[in-house]
Design a protein around this ligand. Sequence first.
Ligand SMILES: Cc1ncc(COP(=O)(O)O)c(C=O)c1O
Length: 1005
Amino acid sequence: MNSSLQLSEDIAEQLCEKYFGLAGTCHRLGGYDDINFVLVVDGKKEYVLKCSDDTSKRLGWEHESALINSISITTGNASFRVPECLQSSTGDYVVAASVNAIDVNLRLLTFLDGSALSNYRYRSPSLLHDIGEAAGSLNLTLSHVDPAPFQTRIEWDVRHVGDQRKYLHVIADDSDRQLVTEVLDRFGAFIATNDADLRRQVIHNDLNDANILISPEGIRIIDFGDVTHTFAVCEPSIALAYVMMNQPAPLQSAQAFLRGYTSVRTLSETEAEGLYHFVRARLALSVIRSACQRSDGATEPYIFASEADAWQLLRYLSDRDAEYCTAVFRKACGFPSVRGSVRVCELLDRCTDARFPVDIDSDEVFHAVDFSVRSPTFYKYRESYNPAVDSRRIANILADTGATCAVGRYREPRLCYQADQYSEEGIADRTVHLGLDVFKPAGTTVRAVLDGTVSGVSATGNHLDYGHVLILKHRVEDTQFYSLYGHLSKESISQFQIGDRITGGQAIATLGDTDENGGWVPHLHFQILVDMLGYSDTFPGVASPDEIHIWEDICPDPNRLLRLGSRFSFAPVSQQKLQERRQQVLSPNLSLSYSEPLHIVKGGGQYLFDAEGRRYLDCVNNVCHVGHCHPRIVSAAAQQISVLNTNTRYLHENIVEYGEALLETFPESMDVVFFVNSGSEANDLALRLASAATGQRGVITLDAAYHGHLAPLIDISPYKFRGRGGQPQADHVFVAEIPDTFRGKWRGDNQLDNYINNVRDCIGDAQQAGGLRAFISESIASCAGQIEFPRGYLRAVYSMIREAGGVCIADEVQVGFGRVGEAFWAFELQDVVPDIVTMGKPIGNGHPLGAVVTSRRIAEAFNTGMEYFNTYGGNPVSCAIGLEVLRVIHDEGLQEHAGAVGGILKSGLTELCERHDIIGDVRGQGLFLGIEFVRGDGSLEPDPDAASHIVDRIKNKSILLSTDGPDHNVIKIKPPMVIDREDVEGLLVSLESVLRERPFPHELL
Ligand SMILES: Cc1ncc(COP(=O)(O)O)c(C=O)c1O
């Protein structure tokens, strides 16, 4: 440490000028040992001046300078950059100088721009992959460096962490000290066994989160002050420790880093297996050094910057099975997650003398039952597992197929595992089945598949667990593996002791009944285990889809042994292939949400489920209004389609009953309904009705509005024709300013008159161009960014329009059917009665349906002699669905619910707005809300990056949101109306936690 050296910024500037001929201003930087300054030249940070009064370092500095300059040369345009060391005016890399009569050494390095990894609270997998790649490239480059100058034994070499034992006493807390001792012991044991297999080379040796910088051009690595010659694997281990620190799912972060690292620099199997010990050893080294510094009286904050995080990660890793962590690391490094996996699969494939694990008839016909997420029969949302119901369903399937024995597939994602033991913080719930199920009655004999010994016997009373389980250990040729038999009867396994010898085909148990098998329909869960991973008498039978790639190696397909046929193993659809096929057949302007699109296969209530069973709270879909796949809607549709579906040219009750019910929700003056197939069709018809009623062409629309995809509607949708790929404004269209008091043309309170006058101007323009047909708008503008109009706006506008001979069209496609809470129709919020109302989206809860409601007067004007015929509009199935939607909204009180839950959500969002300066505005009504993001610097500058970052991040927290608005900076919230209070509170918590991850990546670049 520089004990006596006092170096002011002025003196630093003089030194730069004197020795390096560079004039500028110096600013002090932090530093562990040296005194560092950044030298700013012409307003730009250009260099770093490093000073030390420890003149014994001179030779080390010379070596280091030569090393980093050689890296700069050899790496050229590699994925990372390191600083360059500059020569002084006399051609030296290290300058000996005297400051206040103290001898010092100086050197000057180029300053690398970038933000330290430590600033990144959220680290995306692609960022971690890039960092891994940079670390791998660096390690590869350094592997060619002559080790001779870097052989000195240094304190920060993880390899010598055992030297720190003498300081263990400085860790005051007993359990902390024990933990660190255990880490050192296991590290020592690993090295003792594997020393010869660990490669040595020169490494950077301090890839901590302050030394890894992220810039738009790539990764920068600084501070080569700890370079040493040691085990190569120390390098990724040190970086890994900092990559995982303070992360919600450290092992997930580790995988992204390691995939990047090993894409450049492979690790041997031994090195990959050593990572767990090396990471913990580095953390131990770090916490011991911090404790020593503290006991020496150090107080500088940067010395202790990561101490708490290091302890936390050390505990996290130590609480987990070393074996499981190692499996994760192995897999990420490109190896099967456990040793022996390939060999066991080979043996299983070759084995011909295995017995079937449960007694079956000689003429048994097996049937693979679809229990997967896609299944229409099994496990709907909120359906708790019911063995009696399942048993009936299985019996029906067997009867339908003529099979005699139901089988549940290996690798099948299922939604039945709804119990606490299937959830873990930070990763998706466990859904993917690791065994194979054979359904046979309770009491059926279970048999050992091969010779073996009893290795585990256990009982658990947990609901939806194994109940009673037996694990056998087998040895075939040179290899050991295990078979697991779950859901056994209690009595049948009580006889066993660990180590009992069992012969292949021996009756080992009987199947348990529901009251002793975890609550399931009686069946055998049969699973193969390559490695017990530290478990002894039980083993997970289901894995998280986030980790299935690891578990597939540990638990290979039992069908390799049982050979029922490939259809008895679930074959997941490759998302990438599906996307490629989609691209082949569909137009490129059909977009997909998210850079990694979701493969959604099931919906229920307010939730969507992807093909692997991950559940998402859907805050985007205002179409499935009363909830995805609402059972009453499903049943209404199924019943009617099984009886009749035809057009409206025959008498049918449905269209009449539905027409009556829909008109009931409108003011009396609106008494005629047309049924169509979509919101676009509804708006197109509305324009035709308006033409018939007025005989004019001019249409006034609001800026940023969207009214549908048909050609006449693109004309009146500035959202489209003023957007990307847009078109010139049609001569019959007049765009009024959106009455947005937050960001519109006139901002703040008391701007109503300006917006009204603006419509008056548009009316004048329309009249001048020939005449006014209609004014069309939503009553809360959706695509414009959930804009609420000032009270009185539509009232004043409607009256002017009518005075000018036009009609008023309210587009309720997004905002209707009780969504706004306070009213059933959003136009009611503005206290107006339109001439024409158009409906779509929620009206059919996802079924293609739309409607137009108007007055008899306008309908009569449209009755020109030309028939209005719509092949599908008003068919009995659509009407049955529409009617049931209205009834469900009523019966479930969904309008009031939207008001209440939406109110809680809005006030929660408003509180977030008060705490987070990047939220500029929160607005909307009921369950139609918007959050507008701004730069957070007091300006109104829109921040679309923040909005889209939050949408992406919150997807990882299993919530779906979307952005909109002309600046794409508004997050829209418009979930199915059955979203409940708990969901809303979860949404608020998740939003807060993402907001707390600021600075966001785009703010750091
Ligand atoms: C306000 C509004 N009107 C009309 C439409 C068109 O409806 P559809 O897509 O059913 O044709 C939409 C669709 O997003 C809309 O948001």
